[in-house]
Design a protein around this ligand. Structure first.
Ligand SMILES: NC(=O)c1ccc[n+]([C@@H]2O[C@H](COP(=O)([O-])OP(=O)(O)OC[C@H]3O[C@@H](n4cnc5c(N)ncnc54)[C@H](O)[C@@H]3O)[C@@H](O)[C@H]2O)c1
Length: 326
């Protein structure tokens, strides 16, 4: 019997990329899943992400900024995966107040609701590697200082600290799992605003050129979405994760140019090199080489899916349903 069997799981942002993949995994294991999502058109929320399992999941279309809405769902739940966020780096620079509203106030709202109505819940919050900004040392681990370069990453830093404060001040069972360059089925492939990798996959699926800025020499950890889901589930089920922060990232660092070449080879399209647009250059973090040692040691998690295998699985998922994502 799996540890998720018969668990009540609430997933905010569960119609988005990572949230919907968590929903599928929890359902496979016999959990009772509630998805809470406002389907923000500026995000990766997509009803099709739950295609085939809509009848087996309770779907609540509402906003995390509604205390009433979130409170009515949080009571009685065993595990919360907080994946709802305003997720775009460039949008956060154009619309900083919306980003604060969703990522900061929205997170506080869920935390307050949990503290009042379900303080025993396992609260798993998703953070991002871009919270660290430019690397002071390599590889970056969870103790690296945070100097984020865009408003989204700054607000993810703030929201992570709120989650940890609720853990320490109220002894709530909170955990932060920071992710980096997640790719795979159900991602937002239609705009470059959500990270380059899934956008490149979308271009490749349409046979369009993949445009790499500059030489594309910046290093990145990439992570296949199923590996991220396993890390988040491990954090939810292992008491050693409580009140901790983990990086859950792939083992290998690739340059952006290598990732583009991998996509061209396994999905389609051709790589083109172009000049950096100014708005992108100023918020680029340069090399990001991240250590996943802590989560391996503490929770026994390891990434299993290679870039090539992940790209092939992603192509196989999207090819017959591409129209639903463009
Ligand atoms: N995708 C990545 O590479 C990556 C990397 C690091 C961290 N993350 C984090 O993972 C989490 C999930 O990201 P994702 O890639 O699945 O993004 P996504 O945009 O696909 O999903 C986010 C979901 O949140 C929902 N949402 C947005 N605002 C909401 C609100 N006010 N109320 C309720 N729902 C709302 C959206 O409708 C969407 O379905 C986010 O916290 C993000 O910061 C993602």
């Amino acid at each position: 019997m799996s540890d998720l069997k018969n668990k009540k799981v609430l997933i905010t942002g569960g119609l988005g990329f990572i949230g919907s993949n968590i929903a599928l995994r929890c359902l496979e294991e016999g959990a009772e899943v509630t998805v809470y999502d406002c389907l923000d058109p500026r995000s990766g929320g997509n009803m099709y992400n739950l295609h085939g399992i809509e009848e087996s999941v309770r779907i609540v279309v509402n906003d995390i900024r509604s205390m009433e809405g979130i409170s009515s769902c949080i009571r009685g739940q065993d595990i919360l995966f907080n994946c709802a966020a305003y997720t775009s780096h460039p949008n956060s620079m154009r619309e900083p107040l919306i980003d604060i509203d969703v990522n900061c106030k929205g997170t506080i709202n869920i935390l307050e609701s949990a503290r009042r109505f379900n303080p025993e819940i396992k609260f798993i919050h998703v953070g991002t590697s871009t919270q660290t900004g430019k690397m002071c040392c390599s590889p970056v681990d969870e103790k690296h200082p945070e100097f984020p370069l865009d408003i989204y990453s700054a607000n993810k830093t703030a929201s992570e600290k709120y989650v940890l404060i609720y853990g320490s001040a109220y002894k709530m069972r909170t955990t932060v799992v920071r992710l980096a360059n997640v790719f795979g089925p159900r991602s937002n492939i239609k705009t470059p605003d959500f990270g380059f990798m899934n956008y490149f996959i979308g271009l490749a699926l349409q046979g369009k050129p993949l445009t790499v800025y500059g030489e594309g020499s910046q290093l990145r950890n990439i992570t296949y979405v199923r590996d991220c889901v396993e890390a988040l589930v491990a954090a939810a089920l292992n008491p050693a994760a409580e009140r901790e922060v983990f990086f859950a990232v792939g083992d290998t660092q690739y340059s952006v140019a290598e990732i583009a070449a991998g996509i061209a080879e396994n999905v389609g399209g051709q790589v083109q090199f172009v000049e950096w647009p100014r708005e992108r250059f100023t918020i680029d973090i340069g090399d990001a080489v991240i250590s996943n040692e802590k989560i391996k040691r503490s929770l026994g998690w390891s990434p299993r899916v290679s870039m090539t295998e992940g790209l092939v699985k992603t192509r196989e998922y999207f090819t017959p349903v591409l129209k639903k994502y463009l």
